[in-house]
Design a protein around this ligand. Structure first.
Ligand code: NOJ
Length: 746
């Protein structure tokens, strides 16, 4: 009897092993089946994505005629079901539409901006946030989002840095994969899963001068080393279903028509079988970029290069049929693109389940969603200064002044990119302080400025009076949400409006000053840092930013975030990032600055280093920096071996001790440095990290395993290899203050 059960179990297990392959084979067969029934016009229709903000009879007819494959920006499920019904019942192609929307850091429940999420160094909260977003988004019938944005961002002037995971390739890859997993869940066919879209392919974060939509010049090695790995990992390791090409031309070629990127690399090297969509009208934009003669030429070039879907420019639907008939685009190119699109629709289960269930109980703003958003916000905060342990606030404090334009700015704390977030549902710091601590402290509230850009100082008197009545000032400043995000770039990174003057005024009261900065990017706030006794960087923290901040100020949670980007001291230092390639004359901090150089000093080319006379070299804060309410020390860095071969794994251990008097979480960071190679290598590169929570006085041996294959580089012949030689390995709580040990690869 038991033997039979074992045999049955064995057979079942064997079958399960083949199930995914079998399911994939089934999908391919069904894709071919549908493809063979479509006319050329209907196939091209699949490659057309339209904007349906205001659907009209023209759109209905286009769907009826089989000229639309996907629709973005509609979010009323009743309307979506109606559009789907036209596609499924009134068009003889009978291919479901795929509805898409930008859900970047939350649908209704808004999570911190991605840059803030990256500061958590906690992929679990990123995954959870994306899962919440998927649950809320899919409830409306939307099954495709255009996230994660995994553009490496090393220029805080670029408004879209807010949407990124920062400057580091490894961190962006880890966070990007987590977001993909959260959106897509265990099975894309689950009605609560939504397809993710890795964007923007590629080097969009490297646009010149941080000006959006501009050009970039990233050569192939740098692409492969720095910009491509997050995309490659999200596709190969996390199974990201789709990818979006970027607006910028890179080295003269717009990615929407870059055959090397879309065919050689993406399909042939990485084996991607998902959908490649253009960015908004980036196909027709190639005319203005001087890369295409007209819309027909743009359709031809991008289809031939391997673009599957044209977002809104309608060049494909207007010209591809003609181009096929004229022999300029082979029909096999169309077929391949349509296979990719149909495959995605099958994977999403849309053929069997095209409609949205309108009877479901809504999960928008579910308590678990709000709690996840609160936790994500709390973990995103980075404590940058805390003189005399002013934070957390002592329970003896009986009165606080809540000042600043962002103390009660429910719209602005949501951050960029939330089409669907509602300020009515946002919990601001002022509300939360009143609710959570209003019975313990007297709150004197005066914003001083109505919004971040306000120049008028008429509100200052009230703010000063409020501050004078309180024991501590909690000053909430930063940026309105509209100052970052797409197309919202800045040439300067100082506080806008009269906020610097507001800090001056608060400082002048002599009261202990806690500054909380809510912003979409690093700001150059060196002066305000010096003026503040404590400074907490809170990014744009989303719906639950208020409770998360209040809880942290009063010590119910402790800061554990670390900076995912270098904070420049001066805007002119940009680009400034921790993992720059080695240079021959690095700054040594012995350099003379502007006011130290003697008059009529002679110019010399000897002994000089790479720095600015007026801004030195050091950033305001290095990558990976962040304090907690306790302190940690590192000791006893040990490597398992001094010499390894490429197939081996290095084991690394270090002892971490909580030397303070409160529990805290430290992000332990592991960096390596390849000291000599066939091409110049970065000063250091993050290779791993983990979060460790310790009680006061507790110590823990923290261990990492580093496979030597993770040390590969793109060598002088543009091959990915592991070169023998000496490496430094560094561990610490930020990218500067590290313990170091060395090893060799044979
Ligand atoms: C343009 C943006 O660059 C992209 O990120 C976004 O997904 C599309 N518009 C769709 O709204």
């Amino acid at each position: 009897m038991s033997k039979r059960i074992y045999v049955l179990l064995f057979i079942l297990l064997c079958l399960c092993r083949f199930l995914p392959a079998r399911a994939q084979e089934d999908i391919e067969t069904r894709v071919e089946g549908i493809l063979s029934t479509l006319t050329l016009r209907q196939k091209i229709g699949q490659m057309n994505q339209l904007n349906a903000r205001k659907p009209d009879e023209k759109l209905y007819q286009q769907i009826r005629d089989g000229e639309v494959g996907s629709i973005l920006n509609a979010e009323d499920p009743v309307l979506l079901n109606r559009l789907q019904q036209i596609a499924m019942e009134e068009c003889n192609a009978r291919v479901p539409l795929l509805f898409a929307r930008d859900v970047i850091h939350g649908f209704k429940t808004i999570f911190p901006i991605p840059l803030g999420q990256a500061a958590s160094f906690n992929p679990e909260i990123v995954e959870k946030g994306a899962r919440v977003a998927a649950l809320e988004t899919s409830e409306k019938g939307i099954r495709w989002t255009f996230a994660p944005m995994m553009d490496i961002s090393r220029d805080a002037r670029w408004g879209r840095i807010a949407e990124s995971f920062g400057e580091d390739t490894y961190l962006s890859g880890v966070m990007g994969m987590a977001m993909v997993r959260g959106f897509q869940g265990d099975d894309l066919a689950d009605p609560t899963s939504i397809a993710a879209c890795a964007k923007h392919f590629v080097a969009y974060g490297a646009v010149e001068g941080g000006r959006d939509y501009n050009v970039s010049y990233i050569p192939e090695r740098q692409l492969r080393k720095t910009y491509l790995p997050p995309f490659e990992r999200s596709i190969r390791e996390a199974g990201c279903a789709t990818l979006m090409t970027s607006f910028n031309s890179n080295d003269g070629i717009p990615p929407s028509a870059n055959r090397f990127l879309l065919r050689d690399l993406l399909r042939d090297e990485w084996g991607f079988d998902g959908v490649v969509v253009s960015d908004w009208a980036s196909v027709s934009m190639m005319i203005r970029q001087g890369f295409c003669e007209d819309r027909k030429d743009a359709a031809r070039k991008s289809a031939l290069a391997g673009l599957d879907m044209d977002m809104t420019s309608e060049c494909f639907v207007d010209y591809l049929e003609e181009l096929v008939r004229e022999g300029d685009v082979p029909e096999s190119v169309i077929d391949q693109a349509v296979r990719n699109i149909l495959r995605l629709k099958f994977r999403l289960g849309l053929f069997s389940n095209p409609y949205t269930d309108l009877s479901k109980v809504s999960c928008m703003y579910a308590p678990a969603h709000l709690e996840a958003a609160r936790q994500a916000a709390a973990e995103s905060f980075v404590l940058l200064k805390n003189t005399g342990n002013l934070l957390p606030l002592s329970r003896d404090i009986r009165s606080v002044a809540v000042i600043g334009p962002l103390a009660d700015a429910p719209h602005d704390q949501l951050g960029t990119w939330c089409f669907d977030g509602e300020k009515e549902m946002t919990r601001t710091p002022l509300q939360a302080i009143r609710e959570q601590y209003g019975d313990q402290v007297t709150i004197h509230y005066a914003p001083g400025l109505a919004f971040s850009r306000e120049q008028s100082v008429t509100g200052f008197d009230a703010a000063i009076e409020a501050a004078q009545q309180a024991e501590v000032i909690l000053l909430f400043i930063g940026e309105e949400s509209i100052l970052s995000g797409e197309a919202h770039c800045l040439a300067g990174l100082d506080l806008v409006g009269a906020q610097a003057e507001l800090v001056d005024a608060m400082k002048a009261t002599g009261k202990p000053l806690v500054t909380i900065i809510m912003a979409g990017r690093p700001l150059t706030m060196g002066k305000q840092l010096a003026q503040s006794d404590a400074l907490l960087y809170a990014w744009h923290p989303g719906t639950m930013g208020g409770p998360a901040l209040a809880g942290m100020l009063w010590g119910e949670t402790a800061p554990s975030g670390k900076l995912p980007v270098t904070f420049p001291a001066h805007v002119g230092q940009i680009p400034l990032y921790y993992n720059q390639e080695r240079i021959g004359r690095p700054a040594n901090r012995k350099e003379l600055l502007l006011d130290q150089i003697p008059q009529e000093a002679r110019q010399s080319s000897l002994g000089n280093t790479s720095y600015y006379l007026d801004a030195g070299f050091d950033p305001l804060f290095v990558f990976g920096y962040g304090l907690s309410y306790t302190t940690f020390t590192y000791s006893g860095l040990t490597l398992s071996r001094e010499e390894l071969s490429p197939e081996e794994t290095l084991k690394v251990s270090v002892t971490l001790v909580n030397t303070g008097s409160r529990e805290g979480t430290e992000v332990v960071q592991l960096y390596i440095s390849d000291l000599y190679a066939s091409v110049a290598t970065p000063e250091k590169e993050l290779k791993d990290f983990c979060r460790v929570t310790l009680k006061p006085g507790e110590s823990r041996m923290v261990e990492f395993e580093l496979p030597v294959e993770n040390l590969s580089l793109w060598n002088i012949d543009m091959q990915r290899v592991i070169e023998p030689g000496k490496f430094d390995l560094m561990i610490g709580g930020n990218s500067r203050d590290v313990l170091k040990a060395s090893f060799r690869v044979k």
